[in-house]
Design a protein around this ligand. Structure first.
Ligand code: SF4
Ligand code: SF4
Length: 129
C-alpha cells in the first residue's frame, strides 16, 4: 500500500518513520522524499494488511504527520495516444516508458501517482482511475 506522508515544521526533523518501523516491525520502502526548508512530503510503500492500517495511521497522526492513501491507478487510453513520448521523461520514478514506436507501458507498482504524466500529455491520453 502506498501512502503519502506530509510533514510540518513541527515534526519534519523528527525520526518518525524510524520509530514507526521499530514500533510496528514494518519494512517500509521510501519511494520518494522531498524536503524543502521546514516542510516535507514522502511517498512510502508499506506492506500492510487492511486491519493493520488503522494502527499505522494513528501512530503517524498522533505525531502530526498527515497521511493519505494513494489508491488509484494510472491508465493509458491507446485510442488517444499519439506515442509522442512527452509523458516519459517527466516521470520522477521512471514508471512510464516507451518500449517501441507505438508501445507505452506504465509500471503501476513503481508509479507514485504524482500525476505529472497526466498533465504532460498533450492528448489527455493518461488519466487517474
Ligand atoms: S503518475 Fe505518471 S509521472 Fe507520476 S509516477 Fe506515475 S507514471 Fe510517473
Ligand atoms: S504524452 Fe500522451 S500522447 Fe504522448 S506518448 Fe504519452 S500518453 Fe501518448
Amino acid at each position: 500500500m502506498k501512502l503519502r506522508l506530509t510533514y510540518t515544521p513541527e515534526n519534519v526533523g523528527e525520526p518518525i518513520l524510524s520509530k514507526l518501523i521499530l514500533a510496528k516491525g514494518l519494512e517500509i520502502n521510501i519511494i520518494e522524499a522531498r524536503i524543502s526548508g521546514d516542510r516535507g512530503t514522502m511517498i512510502v510503500d508499506v506492506p500492510l494488511r487492511r486491519d493493520e492500517l488503522e494502527g499505522v495511521l494513528g501512530f503517524l497522526k498522533d505525531r502530526g504527520v498527515e497521511v493519505e492513501e494513494i489508491a488509484f491507478a494510472i491508465e493509458l487510453d491507446e485510442g488517444k495516444c499519439i506515442y509522442c513520448g512527452a509523458c516519459v521523461s517527466p516521470c520522477p520514478v521512471q514508471a512510464i516508458r516507451m518500449e517501441g514506436p507505438r508501445d507505452i507501458r506504465i509500471d503501476q507498482d513503481r508509479c507514485v501517482r504524482c500525476l505529472i504524466c497526466v498533465n504532460a500529455c498533450p492528448m489527455r491520453a493518461i488519466r487517474a482511475v
